[in-house]
Ligand binder design. Sequence first.
Ligand code: PGA
Length: 253
Amino acid sequence: MRIPIIAGNWKMNATVSEAVQLVRDMLPGMEKIDGVEKVICPPFVSLWALKDLLKNSVVKLAAQNLYYQEKGAYTGEVSPGMVRELCDYVIIGHSERRAYFGETDELVNRKVHAALKVGLNPIVCVGETLEKREQGKAEEVVAGQIKNGLAGVELGPTMVIAYEPVWAIGTGRAATPDDANRMAKLIRESIAAISAPALARDIRIQYGGSVTASNIAEFIVRKEIDGALVGGASLKAAEFVSILEQTARLKKA
Ligand code: PGA
């Protein structure tokens, strides 16, 4: 049984005081929901304040990135150990990092290794661009990102993969549930090719890209989809709580 996991990726939104307010608004609703792992991914600067706010809560925190070195002269970067003191999860290889900050599969791979070394659970993002999709290469791209991004990684059941087609992120144009499910299955098969089959069965796969309270149900009822990585809709307290609530209800059914 895979426990569903919903993560709210706030990206570069919310100051510390706004972040605290947003969590205060969400928390009563979130606390009522069982059977779903709930993760909030705020900017680094808010992690400390939110950790304090969430200290008696089951809501978990994730960072949106980290650097793979342990420490040293890397101005502006944040180490795995620093993140580990505050978070259970870390997003690695988000398409915005790949597109705007030049992150390659090789860098993603280093970051995944570094995260696991300190006991952080990576949420590894994969997904094809529109160009690759139109060339009929979506499967090839995603299978390659899995193979290269996870090379040499000792996979564990706490690891999460987010399938996020780049053309669906922030566009209001989500993938079809059929397609998202098919790609999630392909990801599971790609993982089976590099690990024990039991592990591929246990790893959770999220869909991400324009997930809202209005379309989450269509994705979450699909067999291969274990949750969602939610961007824009995770910045609205009532909508995020609704996404969690629908996930809990539909996955239990
Ligand atoms: P979106 O972002 O829900 O705003 O499309 C998803 C993501 O980038 O994780």
